[in-house]
Design a binder for this molecule. Sequence first.
Ligand code: PLP
Length: 255
Amino acid sequence: MRPVVLCFSGLDPSGGAGLQADIEAIGQSGAHAAIACTALTIQNSQQVFGFEAVSSPLLLAQANAVVSDLPIRCVKSGMLGTTDNIAALAQFLREHPDYLYVLDPVLVANSGGALGDQQTLVRAFAELIPLATVLTPNTVELRALTGEQDLEKATRKLFAMGAKAVLVKGGHEDTPDHIRNALYINMEMVSESTYPRLPGEYHGSGCSLASFVAGRLAQGDHLKQAVQHAEIWLSGALKNAETPVPGGQKIPKRF
Ligand code: PLP
């Protein structure tokens, strides 16, 4: 069987982000996605109306059901919803130190809607940071996680908090014509990539990128290679993204 990425992620009914983005991206990367669902959200491509998180025992029961059943190589987390779920995932990862782990520290949807209480989530993420093979924050999440506005200082602080590698995604920066991503391993920048900024807003681009990285890592890519593959693949999915309704965020075309 293909290597498996076990995702801890939420359901987005629009199909743009969350667990559907994970399944599609991981499938496209060549791996198989398994899901432990963290929350059901109520949202469309434009707005988050609310969400209900699953309990942490239910979350762990889903994950544990597939541990001895599927060849899991990597865990990927997106929306976790509650601090209990973050603590449950930390416990799960400590029980499985051989799993690679991609931590996408989701706090808000791209449309701006909250996917949990930001302050308590930020505090709880501190437990997950040292467990991750790589973190994939956008710059809003990077600043929120570290309390530092300056991106260089914020990145350094994330390493001081125990990070091993960080992919900083520049999509939220005020760079009208381009987006710059940078990959740091052990505090050192090992690659940098710049892409033309495509017009419009995208729903689920972060989930897709992190999941593709997880899928490639599960298949044996080195981190730098996995990120390069994921960025190239995501560029195509964003170029071909579909606009659901006028004013709606574009949904990446991942196939
Ligand atoms: N997970 C869920 C369930 C979501 O609904 C969202 C955004 O709506 C995200 C994660 C993060 O999405 P993005 O990839 O746009 O940052």
